[in-house]
Design a protein around this ligand. Sequence first.
Ligand SMILES: [Zn+2]
Length: 365
Amino acid sequence: MKTFNALLTSAAGSVPLEAHFHGNALVAGDGDGDGGVDVARIVVSVGGMEQPELFLNWLDAQGRQVTLKPLSADDIATVLRDAPPSLQPSLQKLWNERLHNRRQVSGWLAGLTGAALLAGGLLWWQGNNAIGAVAGLIPLSTEKQLGELALAQVRTQGSLTGNGAAQQTVQEIGQRLTAGSRYQYRWFVKQDDSINAFAMPGGIIVVHTGLLRQAGSPGELAGVLAHEVQHVEQRHSLRQMITSLGWGALMAVTIGDISGVAAMLAHQAGTMYFSRDMEEEADRLGVQALQRARIRPDGMLTFFQKLGEENQAQAPGWISSHPQTAARVRRITALIEATPCPACQPLDSNHWQAMKAALPPADKK
Ligand SMILES: [Zn+2]
């Protein structure tokens, strides 16, 4: 039994520790005396841009994603050598086919147009920076597949509703903001007290009940949705997913072998951090989308300000991934002032009162 160094990422955060295999179990750290994780529950995935990375994923007792990543090439070698026989086929398959799959990805790029070839060349040279260029070439159908996979994983983590007063409110407002889009949006409400909303590739938007409780008016909810929708429209979610999952995701959806990526997506979906440029773009284009829908955009601003004042310390969720900096508020204020919209009205929603009344009581902290 040889130990290896690894990074364990769970709902509680990331910790470096030593791990080893014992019989048919993976023991991380001291294993909390529970004998470790049965390897039958482990899903193997590979990724990494600069260098290949190996991930061992499973769900904890609450159905939340846990990921163990061997740190160095030596640590990966130990896993490949010492893992019990039942884990070996998937380990060897994913790891050994990694190089082969890289060639398949480049073959796929070569099959596209000259622009794709250029982007492919950039990709090899610039790593993450070129992801944006390549993301633009990924077919909508593939993007939708990624989104569906991520949605399936989010569903395993808690209850999502696709109907009811809350979902109808979100959908009603969302549809006004996405008229004419190339995406067919789907709107979900998650029973979760944290203040959060997120966008997944292909047009899937999830709003937590905690955020609905916090929203003071339909216009404030519209501000959040307008922002999130832009993370789909500008393919930010797609780019971030590919960037952080590495080649694995792009390769997997391209060649249709999505099994290894599915588990990784769960961790991704609700905790996606975008670059500051992407956030600025989502704010700016979100304000424009509100105005196109003839909705007064100041709800976006008031919701941001409210979170900034009341809940800055509350994490994680929308606030930690969308810091309410003074600069941001100034920028949005200036934007709204620079683009007056006389036709814009305060937003009304037929379902608003029913939605508020139907929200589950907040968890007592
Ligand atoms: Zn954002």
